[in-house]
Design a protein around this ligand. Sequence first.
Ligand SMILES: *Cc1c(COP(=O)(O)O)cnc(C)c1O
Length: 361
Amino acid sequence: MLRIPGPTPCPEEVLQAMTRQMINHRGVEFEALLRSATARLKEFFQTKGDVLILTASGTGGMEAAIVNTLSPGDKVLAVINGVFGERFADIAEAYGAEVERLAFPWGQPGDPDAIRRALDSDRSIKAVLVTHNETSTGVTSDLAAISAVVKQYDKLLLVDAISSLGCIDLQTDAWQCDVVVTGSQKGWMIPPGLAFISVSPKAWDAHARARIPRFYWDFAQAKKFLERGQTPWTPAVSILYALAVALELMAGEGLANIFARHARIGQRTRDEIKALGLPLFAAEKYASNTITAVKAPDGLDAKRLLTILREEHDVILAGGQRGLAGKIFRIGHLGWVTESDIDAVIERLRTALPKAGFATA
Ligand SMILES: *Cc1c(COP(=O)(O)O)cnc(C)c1O
């Protein structure tokens, strides 16, 4: 049982789709595949704007968001409440942006009021970087509220929604998100290899003026080729086969039902973890419906717990990253996941916990 926040398990029909022979990526069959996947993705992004499919992991999508909208020396406000918020800031800095880091305690969300104060005190900020769902801590920030502030100041809003899009409601157009990035191996029930990214009209304006060098990631190239049903560079064709099948499954379930399933499963995971006597790491009001971070109480050896689960119970969970190593463990519940999957993890946790030094409630 693989229950990490990506790669996530894939349904059998998705795996089967990838055994198909290659096709010409400049041919009509590929064109149909790309057009229909793009149209479906727009529904999941809840946007009428552009959605581009890049051959990349999520981080490539984050880099694309930066290089297509910013110039060296641009001031950027990075909202940071975990590892992935730091990564977004680091990428912007690597390309020469002047990054102001607005940090929040890990386990807490980004605070719209603090963002308002930061934007108010420095009118030269051009863009705001936000992590919708901070996978390292299991926290979902209130993106609608953050966006309302960012748009009051008319700034560009770049969103890492890598572990939330397609699982948790994110209204790209209604919330005026300029660039939104997600990755195939998270909520989309397919393997790693593709990033999906939306580009608003305001982001296109920024693109026209942005001076960070770009080539592979250039949105204009992606859009130009998409208009003729192609990608500029050879895409991960097999993952696109998988995507077509997964999007069909997701369309069958429906957006609202997918969100409701993740909400139900997230709540169930938290309830069952608490019933075992374990504390949650995230502020509960902002606890993520795609990933649950569990604090290791005194006596519990979190690393040993993960080893016991893997070796004796065939359950793979994620540990803590950076400063959280050994202090938390994380259960992924995004994409192809049901209540009974979570119940099975909890049952095995109940058995493994005493061996790792924790007497369950
Ligand atoms: C997984 C993840 C990333 C990184 O994606 P890769 O596909 O590993 O490059 C970035 N941000 C968030 C929130 C993630 O969950």
